[in-house]
Ligand binder design. Structure first.
Ligand code: SF4
Ligand code: SF4
Length: 300
């Protein structure tokens, strides 16, 4: 089961939930950080990295001697990565999405395969070797994250095929292309819900954005019961009830929990009560995933 832990905004608690769930997971597991622009799962689950790969994107270079200036490459490029100025073709490799269209239409072979570094993929183990680990990290200055994430998700598939396991995937925050790229690979999406006005607003955006993917969505309410926010908590619960989004756990707002998080420690290790909360969330998540998988099989 691939569980994508996502959120409408940063700071809702998805990394915190992912890390503590990993710590109490009782089946074979790969803990995955796909928040490649700002990965931080490794701060809570320090990895023993055994392999680091550099990820590249296939982009065009040009041999001007062979170019007939037909402009077919410019016309097919949907991303404006090729322009024609005063009859001269100019490439902007930083804007290339690697679709390969220009190579396919060039009649003279003037385009040569080059590559742009996207970032790195780090593989290893966490939790004393009991779980595998996979982290994507975007190169500083790289503006496009989805191509790196697609390579990371392919690598995850290879890892799961070689050695079957569940995957807990810390998603990029928000609802932009990186988050959707990861969410579409989920068997279950677990949305971390921060019941403040901003958090609830962005949670609803995320729910609406992920609904068309057709993946089962559940929620975990983080920092529930904060002083003066009873209305926010209730609004979040009501929305989930009305939208049929099961709330699998409510994690209470506690100063000790905030201090534990700020120190880079796992909430599941704060006290027996916190550990039990995550064990119950784990069990609820596994049951939810199994139930939805059975429903899909019955409908097929
Ligand atoms: S590979 Fe695709 S995106 Fe990149 S320059 Fe060619 S047509 Fe444009
Ligand atoms: S398609 Fe090939 S030949 Fe035509 S302008 Fe582009 S690089 Fe030059």
């Amino acid at each position: 089961m691939r569980v994508v832990i996502a959120s409408g905004k940063g700071g809702a608690g998805k990394t915190c939930v992912t890390a503590s769930l990993a710590a109490v997971w009782n089946r074979p597991l790969v803990a995955v950080d796909t928040d490649a622009e700002a990965p931080n799962l490794h701060l809570f689950l320090p990895p023993d990295v055994t392999e680091k790969k550099t990820a590249f994107l296939d982009v065009p270079n040009m041999d001007p001697e062979k170019c007939s200036r037909c402009e077919k490459c410019r016309d097919i490029c949907a991303y404006k990565a090729i322009a024609s100025f005063a009859g001269k073709i100019t490439l902007f490799p930083d804007m290339c999405h690697g679709c390969g269209g220009c190579f396919a239409v060039c009649p003279t072979g003037a385009l040569i395969h080059g590559r742009r570094e996207l970032g790195s993929l780090e593989i290893g183990t966490v939790l004393g070797g009991s779980a595998r680990f996979l982290m994507g990290r975007t190169r500083i200055g790289e503006s496009m994250t989805p191509p790196l994430l697609r390579q990371q998700l392919r690598l995850l598939s290879d890892m799961l095929e070689a050695c079957p396991a569940d995957a807990l995937i810390d998603s990029p925050p928000g609802v932009s292309c990186p988050a959707v790229t990861v969410a579409r690979e989920a068997d279950v999406i677990l949305l971390a819900l921060d019941p403040t006005p901003f958090g609830f607003h962005d949670f609803r955006l995320a729910h609406q954005a992920f609904l068309p993917l057709g993946r089962p969505v559940a929620a975990v309410i983080n920092r529930a019961g904060a002083d003066g926010n009873a209305e926010g908590d209730e609004a979040a619960r009501r929305y989930c009830r009305e939208q049929r989004v099961p709330v699998l756990a409510e994690l209470p707002f506690e100063r000790a929990a905030a201090e534990q998080y700020a120190a880079g420690r796992l909430l599941a290790e704060l006290s027996p009560a916190w550990r039990q909360r995550f064990e119950r969330l784990r069990d609820a998540l596994i049951a939810f995933g199994a139930g939805r998988a059975a429903e899909e099989t019955n409908h097929a």
